[in-house]
Design a protein around this ligand. Sequence first.
Ligand SMILES: [Fe+2]
Length: 384
Amino acid sequence: MQSSMVITPLKHSADKKCNFGATITGLDLNVISDEDLMTLKDAIYKYQLVVIKGQHNLDPVKHWELITRLDPTAPQVHGHGTVKEFQKSGGMLAKRMVHGIPAAPNVRLIGKGYQGDDHYGIKGFTAFGASNDYHKYPPSAEAFAAGNTQFQRWHMDAPLYDREPPHFTALRAIKCPVGPEIQINWDDGSGLSMKCQPGQTAFVSNIQLYELLTDEEKMMADHSWVEYAPYPYMWIENCKGRPNGLGLETEGKEHTMEEMPEWDPEKVKTYPMVWMTPSGQKALQVHAICVRKLFLRATPTSEVKEIDDLVKIRELLHSWQERVIRPEYVLMGPVEEGDVQMWDNWSVFHSAVDYPDHYGPRTMHQANLGASDKPVGPVPIPVL
Ligand SMILES: [Fe+2]
């Protein structure tokens, strides 16, 4: 059968510098052919974020099938493990109740507000989604009620312990809040802000971020690597986020390693700072909030500098990553009910954006799969 799939790159307004994103029409994910699946995969790599229109009737079983077909040799479980494992070790991520859809438990119901009397078998659930409560300095109740908000938490979807980061996440918008635009404030002294529709997810390209580094910084990033904490989200479960959603306030609230449950050093993740994309581009892909150690090399022949001071680690990473967290680089949606967003989770960061309750509930189905392979840097990490 001839494919009716049409891929249209997003046109960004003149004030934007983001260079990624596409919409896809003429595709029914319930019955996607192997050929269209490969075209879709290539499109996600090429455009980093695709919005697949009109998937109102996507069956959660098919949603999960889509994810597994894209990485068929990976362990067939959600990137964060089963709901039970996630609730045990998900730390700060698991503070909000997460439900799997009964017919497809690896498809997670996320969102905000009342999810209905019976949502695919989940009865009378009220979701407390990504909230500004995670921030040390959230907007005041009055400012928030008036539509002032913050980026919740810039991240990639990744367990960063045991399992590998998912290549792709598929996020279906089932119910979107409605109302006038809200305003995201950086609240970090920069005076930056941007308007957006409530309930949208924000994205930045870490390929563009890499390009914003100086030549010296690129050289260092290319030759350096990071070690993540064991059970990283548990490690930082008592920490608070910064107002621009990027990184954590460093207040000494991380658990000590003695306080952590028994962990297996073999499962601790060490990844290059820079991840190569299938087309040979470089993404600065560091999940700063979960980093416990940096191993820096200024040049290929420099001595390795190990840094375990969290203040220094976070200072360096923030000074790099904040360059792309600017209104001109941030891409929001445009997502309507029924759309499925899929992104190259190895080359972008995303963030939810909280909104006042009176805009109504938000209902999303999210699925991803810990990858069958691990990220590869421009040069191998040396054995020390
Ligand atoms: Fe996410």
